[in-house]
Design a protein around this ligand. Structure first.
Ligand SMILES: [Zn+2]
Length: 324
């Protein structure tokens, strides 16, 4: 198993304008507030860690802001103690997409190139042709993405499957995968927002032909940003982080579902920048070592730290390459 490092393309620190646009966070938290007051109570208790399966009563609550989160003492994953059902989550995301359809989407070219490079490099490493890729994401979260694949990845056939509200066992998704018969599946942004990420992964495993390569990404609970800031992290939008997997947790889940792990990496780019901003703005919080580390940090030091985090699988984004 390989753990590659993505050394280049660290962000220009001055150019990082914010982790999540403030309006987006507000909208998501407004939806969460309405859901917490919803008289039909669509919330379900999670009796065990959605990653490694350890019983929830062994995993302490670590944040009670808006909703309760647990940190698994077995695998270090972070997860919402209760989640709304998948149908409710899907409805909220569709409403959010409709409400923001007219707003500018921002430049995501870097993210797109990074995903395409990930596939190309993997194809070379595995010495296996991945010429038919099925991209799975919820509705049109990235309207410019199909166009980017056409410009930058024309040596592959791409299918774009927009997740729609589905049955709890993802019957519609299973049928769509079987019909597309892809060599590879790319799912960059759904696992941490799913009510039951194991059911979602199981649907991919069952429906894809043996030997299909799955590119999955999620937020990473082992990341330094989450270790230090937890739910105070500016990228922690509760409804989008129902499960923040640790590496160990995701490995355990993959093994339980019979998926082979081919590669793990944490190519996150923003931990150092986010923490730098936090420590330079927080007056009252003093954390041994880190407070002075960031107070005195210049760009070079932040870059070195981010590279170290990637190397040691401690950045805030995780990527797994799996095989069915
Ligand atoms: Zn766990």
């Amino acid at each position: 198993m390989q753990t590659p490092v993505f050394l280049d393309h660290l962000p220009d620190i001055d150019a990082v304008a914010g982790q999540k646009p403030a309006k987006y966070r507000l909208r998501r938290n407004q939806a969460l507030g309405a859901l917490l007051l919803d008289p039909t109570d669509p919330w379900q208790e999670r009796k065990c860690c959605p990653a490694c399966g350890q019983a929830s009563d062994k995993n302490p609550i670590f944040s009670q802001a808006l909703m309760e989160f647990r940190r698994c003492s077995g695998c270090n994953s972070i997860y919402a103690a209760r989640t709304p059902d998948q149908a409710t989550l899907d409805r909220l995301r569709l409403e959010q997409i409709a409400a923001t359809a007219a707003e500018p989407q921002g430049d995501r070219e870097f993210e797109f190139t990074s995903l395409l490079n990930w596939i190309s490099l993997t194809e070379a490493r595995l010495e296996r042709r991945l010429d038919r890729v099925l991209d799975i994401r919820f509705a049109s979260q990235a309207p410019a993405w199909p166009d980017a694949t056409e410009r930058l990845s024309h040596n592959r056939a791409w299918d774009f499957l927009h997740l729609e509200p589905d049955s709890p066992d993802f019957a519609g998704l299973r049928a769509a995968i079987a019909q597309a018969a892809p060599r590879a599946i790319l799912m960059p942004a759904e696992l941490d927002r799913a009510a039951d990420p194991a059911a979602l992964l199981a649907a991919l495993k069952d429906a894809a032909a043996p030997g299909t390569v799955i590119f999955a990404a999620s937020s990473c609970a082992d990341g330094l940003e989450y270790e230090i800031l937890g739910a105070e992290s500016p990228s922690f939008v509760p409804l989008d982080r129902l499960t923040v997997f640790s590496i160990k947790g995701f490995e355990t889940l993959s093994a339980r579902l019979g998926l082979k792990v081919l590669e793990v990496s944490t190519p996150g780019r923003l931990d150092a920048v986010i923490l730098d901003r936090y420590f330079k703005s927080a007056e009252n919080r003093s954390i041994p070592f880190w407070s002075s580390f960031f107070r005195e940090a210049d760009k070079n030091r932040l870059r070195d730290l981010q590279i170290l985090l990637q190397r040691s699988l401690k950045s805030g984004v995780l990527r797994f390459i799996l095989e069915t």
